[in-house]
Design a protein around this ligand. Structure first.
Ligand SMILES: Cc1cc2nc3c(=O)[nH]c(=O)nc-3n(C[C@H](O)[C@H](O)[C@H](O)COP(=O)(O)OP(=O)(O)OC[C@H]3O[C@@H](n4cnc5c(N)ncnc54)[C@H](O)[C@@H]3O)c2cc1C
Length: 397
């Protein structure tokens, strides 16, 4: 589905596309294996800086922060063109997509001055310290403790699943500052230097890709954090968690939709290959039906995304976020499972998906990775709870 907007918007698209065609690094550079989501190799720093300098990193932001005051429709076009071409804006997505907007919205002028431009220019990388061993979906039960002692907070506790923590320079970390307040009211956000004595990041491997170390446990033992690194008001960190997650979700559906379109194309190409019984995979009528269903799902996802966006533009509440996250992440997962099962055993070890997917790897690896999409930012079960309560009006669980 390719929507056409007004002349001004299409002129914006043409300018962006021309700029991308002249400046995007070669495909083999973009596809180099990543070490983690906070590791910024020289080429990635240079690319993010190039986007920033040209006003194409955060086009919706004002020019003094490297943007061009792009309208919401122009921003949508921007994400469409990047997703369609699989172009990353940053190799530290949590720093750019979640933490920099949070600092922009909630930081003091000093924090904004100190952290915003270095983050946007890829001079520093971030991790996001939210989840703990006993606090994931139920984030409000987090226990990492920060006690204000003079001009420092003393932090003790543990985070887990902290993407890229071992390569990050800084962490936006949610801590409990008032253990006596109701759960949502005693939480604050701190900006923590990952080199602080008493902060230890321990990376651990993923099932889907044992050589790729992104997840970490992060331990805090009497770590001293300057009081001026408080982001937002003391004990008002819950407001930031809602803001941070909203930033994370805002245009995620566009990525899911284009990932699904690419996966569907790969499924069509796979149809020419021999399957488990030696016959051409595409001759199996069940396979053909399932590929057709997946193509329909991709179009449905785009329609639902654009409908949510239109409602947002008209100032109406849009429950589509949860529907899009759930349907997008699970549709991608279904399409990858289809390729994997059609191939049978060879799907376990062949690099069959080809360069058109966002990372090289077998169908099986891609399928295992796809679980990563159904968990962060609210698991599929949590999205179903939200849809049941807020969209369908069922009683609260
Ligand atoms: C790829 C990836 C990157 C991540 N990066 C980060 C990061 O950088 N920083 C960070 O802080 N965290 C990160 N996380 C962690 C992520 O936020 C948590 O995994 C997520 O919030 C779920 O929490 P949990 O793992 O503790 O699972 P739990 O909350 O313990 O859930 C376990 C299971 O129970 C289900 N469940 C829980 N509550 C309910 C309920 N009320 N109703 C029905 N079912 C329920 C869940 O759906 C799930 O299936 C990342 C996770 C992934 C997969």
């Amino acid at each position: 589905m390719r929507l056409r907007y007004g002349d001004e918007e299409e002129a914006f698209r043409a300018e962006l596309v021309a700029w991308l065609e002249a400046n995007v690094p070669a495909a083999e550079v973009l596809r180099r294996p990543k070490r983690s989501s906070a590791d910024l190799p020289d080429w990635a720093r240079a690319w993010q800086r190039t986007l920033f300098d040209a006003g194409w990193l955060v086009p919706g932001w004002p020019p003094e922060l490297g943007g061009r005051n792009a309208t919401p429709v122009q921003q949508m076009i921007y994400f469409e063109e990047l997703s369609r071409r699989e172009i990353p804006r940053s190799l530290n997505p949590q720093g750019l997509g979640i933490i920099s907007p949070s600092i922009c919205d909630y930081g003091t002028p000093e924090l904004r001055e100190r952290f915003l431009l270095p983050t946007l220019r890829a001079e520093i990388a971030w991790c996001l310290g939210m989840s703990e061993p006993q606090a994931g979906s139920d984030l409000a039960s987090l226990r990492t403790r920060a006690v204000l002692d003079g001009d420092h907070f003393v932090v003790n506790g543990q985070k887990v699943w902290t993407s890229g923590a071992h390569h990050a320079d800084w962490c936006m970390c949610f801590v409990r500052t008032d253990p006596d307040a109701p759960r949502h009211k005693g939480i604050s956000a701190l900006i923590i230097d990952m080199k602080t004595p008493g902060v230890e990041a321990r990376p651990f491997p993923e099932l889907s890709e044992p050589d790729y170390l992104d997840f970490n446990e992060v331990f805090f033992t009497d770590a001293l954090v300057p009081a001026e690194n408080l982001l937002g008001e003391l004990n008002d960190g819950w407001r930031l968690t809602q803001g941070s997650l909203a930033h994370e979700r805002a245009m995620l559906w566009i990525d899911y939709a284009y990932s699904l379109e690419r996966a569907n194309q790969a499924l069509i190409d796979l149809g020419d290959e021999p399957g488990v019984n030696g016959r051409r995979i595409g001759d199996d009528p069940v396979y053909r039906d399932q590929v057709a269903q997946s193509a329909i799902d991709a179009q449905a996802l785009l329609c639902m995304g654009y409908r949510g966006f239109s409602k947002f533009m008209a100032g109406r509440s849009a429950p589509e976020h949860s529907l899009l996250k759930l349907f997008g992440s699970e549709s991608v997962q279904r399409s990858l499972a289809l390729g994997f099962s059609a191939q049978g055993a060879p799907g376990l070890d062949q690099d069959n998906l080809g360069p058109q997917m966002w990372r090289a790897g077998s169908w099986a690896t891609q399928w295992l990775r796809s679980f990563g999409g159904t968990i962060p930012g609210g698991t599929s079960e949590i999205q179903r709870n939200i849809i049941a309560e807020r969209v369908l009006g069922l009683p609260r669980a």
